[in-house]
Every structure is written in C-alpha cells, then in structure tokens.
Design a binder for this molecule. Sequence first.
Ligand SMILES: [Zn+2]
Length: 252
Amino acid sequence: MALYRTEAVVLRTRNLGEADKILTLFTENRGKVRAVARGSRRPRNHLMGSSQPFVHGSFMIFRGKNLDSVSQASIIDPMVYLREDLLKMAHASYIVELVDLLTEEYDPNSGLFTLITSVLGQMRTSGMEARLLKFFELHLLRLTGIEPQLACCVGCGVTVVPEGNGNSLGFSAREGGVLCTDCRRQRTDALPFSLGALQVMRWLANADGDRLGILQIPTAIEMEMEQLLRGFIDFHLQRPLKSLEFLHTIRG
Ligand SMILES: [Zn+2]
C-alpha cells in the first residue's frame, strides 16, 4: 500500500532545501518513520502546524522509492505546553531523542507509541517530571528489549530478595543490572545499589503512569536512580545525548 494513514508523534524535524522539512515520526503501527513535509516552512502551508516537534497528529503518508512524504496531516494534540516552558521542552527533547536513538525505522512498537503519548501528555500538568522521566526510561528500555535486570543477580543468577541479600548490593551497567553482595565484592566497576532504590525501580518498572503520584521517593533515592540509569543508558548508546546538555543547562 503506497498511501497510509497513521497517528504519530513528531520526534524531530530537520530543514530540507528552501521550504521543506524532514520529519522523524513515531507512528502508532509502523514504528519510526521519516517523511518529508513539503512546503511546511512556508507561512499558511497546510502542513506547517503539524510539522513541529512533539505534535501528536494523524498523518497521511505516501511511501516513496527513496523518501516517504506527508500528503495530509491533522493535529490531535499540538503539545503547545512543551514548547512554551523551557524545562518541559528540555525533558520532552530528552524523551524524543532517546526514542530516536533506541529504535530502528519501520520496526512496529505500539506499546512504545502509547508510552510516548502518555508521558508527553502527563507533562501538561505533572509536577513530577523527575520520576516521570525515570518511569519513561525504565519502560522504554523494556519495550526496546534492553531493560536492566532487577530481579536476579546478573553475576550468579540468584534471586535478589532485598531483605535476604544484605545491604550492599551493586549495579553493573556493563553486565546489565543488579549484583548480589557476593558478586559485587568481586567487581571494581559496580556502583553501590541501595535497597530503597532497587525497590523503587522495581515498582516504577511495573507501575501504571497515572499512579506515580502515590509514591513518596526520597531525594537521595531519586538521585541514585538518576545516576544508575544514566550510566546504564549511556553504556547502551555509546554516544552523548544532545538534549542532556540542554537539560543540565536549564536545571542549572
Ligand atoms: Zn551474585
């Protein structure tokens, strides 16, 4: 089928020529897709409004030989709040960059589409951006098949029961998850992993996004999770994220 309609979120845009943009879209049924929106930088062009970062829309896409093109688009949610508030923009930029880097084109992942629209949607009112990002990261990693192992030790396979494995657990980005006390002692590159952070990460990895507000997370645990997941994601990406620099500048 040369022409198809799909819901999608605009992950990023890049100018092409005088008046066009190439959109990187995350679609509901076809995964990541790149398509040119011809004329979308001209004032009053029918594709201008839908060719902005973070827009959730319905797109009619024509599959070309070399490059797909958007023939029609209508906006479902313009996500204006993500472009008007610098901190929200920085968080949303991080979310879409991470999705872009961890996915391949035309690899369908409707669960990931739902996660993206849900998390960007929650940023409209949420004051919990930090834990929303951790929630997003854990679910994105699961949906792309690289989630950290939090149930069993990645060194020896023993089930890690917080009450039973002592209080000196470790976390290894290289090996992919939690280390029991014994295995942690044998490694120099493992980071300390507190019981509290392990429990919160397990909870977040299984939680519904709309229930995040019910959990009180101490700042120290939020910071620990930030460090562990940062190391884990960076290990998998092997390249710096442009949006992180922006986010760190905004946060001061
Ligand atoms: Zn072990």
